[in-house]
Design a protein around this ligand. Structure first.
Ligand SMILES: [Fe+2]
Ligand SMILES: [Fe+2]
Length: 476
């Protein structure tokens, strides 16, 4: 294990109370921004905006604490409808998600949006067919997409141990003051106050980032009484009169300023159990992105744990390694489903974007000082011992044993998992394929540990048939 992981394991074991939940969640919120096609820091900026509204309203410390995490995690369900958006609109899900946040629910804006965001790279026949489907089923489609996203996000927040108030705010993010929102069509103060603040903060950041403070204030006024609670709009307007409010929003130290906004009486720290729950929650976000890799992160974490246990890795070190395995593909949240779910070979440009997921994952996890060991694993899990991997072309000893374990688990899952386009590959066949990669892609000790693990598992009564279309991939 590298020094960083050893050190962090000890720090947590010793009950160090300096690891703040705010630091971890604000860093991981950058993965949600990528998924939603938003400029980096969107969730953090929403937290700045929404917390100022909450403080001006005189919310209690407990409510402000819930609001803080609701704002950072409002997009927790954003990966769950990405594949469906890509399929229904024949469109890049990230571009779609970015553009949809710039329109309201007026018919002219919706029509313009559909025409300019639907099947734009396709031929005329596909374009017409797709637009016709949307015209005939638009209401149901919108409801389905928002319902999936809101429920999934609320469920994951609850599983990560956040309060019912945080979960409710995520669930009601897209409800509108006049009852015209989704998924329940709630109106007025039947909508959670935290959700009303979060939606307002979201629109303010989107328009401020795209067109500046005046545009943001104009948009908020325009939607007062339809999308937004007029009382909240009045609060925002008075905040917006202060130039310092906008200056901080656009400044590079916004992240540090947002840490300071967590109510001091409710400042939360992280222990091992909570860290496990957070890694598990974000693994669900990653695994929801594409049906092609559904459950992948969780299975890679399981295989990593079994291999590391077989190699006698101490418990505390293994616990960190499992978290790293859960998050190894977090960078895939920044890759469009047009690429992730493409049923054919990727072209050169798409392959570059796909390979970039390692670096993206490393960049996100590097934002958290104690995650640096996990960041290194996320950044190097596609490196190969012979130097032919990516992104850095690392060789042999430059690839840590922890990374080699995750890589072996990653390849094993890529081969043995059932995929939408093929059945699972039988265990013995998968191990045979992996044996041919020993010394090039796969570490020999990790391979032997994996073989011993599989020998301890109950043999399947009958192994499923092998289907190899499209071409088999050794990685996921
Ligand atoms: Fe990967
Ligand atoms: Fe993977």
């Amino acid at each position: 294990m590298n020094d960083t992981l050893r050190r962090t394991a000890n720090t947590i074991e010793q009950g160090d109370s300096t690891l703040r939940l705010a630091e971890i969640i604000s860093a991981l919120s950058h993965a949600l921004d990528m998924t939603d096609g938003q400029p980096a820091g969107h969730s953090v900026r929403c937290c700045w905006i929404g917390m100022h509204v909450g403080e001006a309203l005189g919310l209690t410390v407990t409510d402000l604490s819930d609001l803080y995490y609701a704002l950072l995690l409002k997009d927790l369900g954003c990966s769950s409808n990405a594949a469906r958006i890509c399929q229904l609109y024949v469109s890049n899900d990230q571009t779609f998600k970015r553009n949809v946040k710039l329109i309201d629910d007026s018919l002219p804006q919706i029509l313009r949006f559909v025409v300019s965001n639907t099947a734009v790279k396709s031929g005329l026949a596909t374009r017409l067919k797709t637009i016709l489907n949307l015209a005939m089923n638009g209401g149901g489609i919108e409801h389905e997409l928002i319902e999936t996203r809101c429920h999934r996000g609320a469920d994951i927040a609850r599983q990560m141990g956040f309060s019912a108030a945080v979960s409710q705010a995520i669930l009601a993010l897209d409800e509108h003051w006049n009852g015209g929102g989704q998924p329940l069509g709630l109106a007025g103060d039947r909508i959670s106050l935290l959700a009303r603040i979060a939606l307002l903060a979201q629109v303010v950041d989107v328009f401020h980032t795209a067109a500046g403070a005046k545009a943001a204030l104009r948009e908020v006024s325009r939607r007062s009484g339809t999308w937004f609670d007029p009382a909240l709009v009045a609060v925002l307007q008075s905040l917006g009169d202060r130039s310092s409010f906008w200056e901080t929003l656009g400044s590079p130290d916004i992240e540090a300023r947002v840490y300071d906004l967590e109510p001091s009486g409710e400042m939360r720290t992280v222990d091992d159990d909570l860290l496990d729950d957070i890694a598990d929650g974000f693994a669900q976000v990653i695994d929801a992105k594409s049906p092609f890799t559904s459950g992948h992160s969780k299975r890679v974490a399981l295989f990593t744990d079994l291999i590391a246990r077989e190699m006698d890795m101490p418990d505390a070190r293994r616990r960190w390694l499992v978290r790293a395995a859960l998050l190894h593909d977090i960078g895939k949240l920044g890759v469009s489903n047009e690429i992730l779910d493409k049923p054919a070979k990727l072209d050169d440009e798409e392959w570059v974007l796909m390979k970039d997921h390692s670096a993206r994952g490393e960049a996100i996890l590097s934002r958290i000082a104690v995650f640096s060991g996990m960041a290194s694993i996320a950044g190097s899990h596609h490196e190969k011992l012979d130097g032919s991997g990516y992104p850095r072309g690392l060789k042999g000893e430059d690839i840590s044993i922890e990374t080699r374990i995750v890589t072996a688990a990653d390849i094993f899952d890529a081969l043995t998992a059932e995929r939408p386009y093929r059945a699972a590959i039988p265990l013995s066949t998968a191990l045979g394929i992996m044996a041919r990669e020993i010394g090039t892609s796969i570490d020999p000790l990790c391979y032997l540990a994996l073989v011993r693990v599989t020998e301890q598992l109950e043999p399947a009564p009958c192994e499923p048939p092998v289907m190899r279309t499209p071409a088999l991939s050794l990685t996921a």
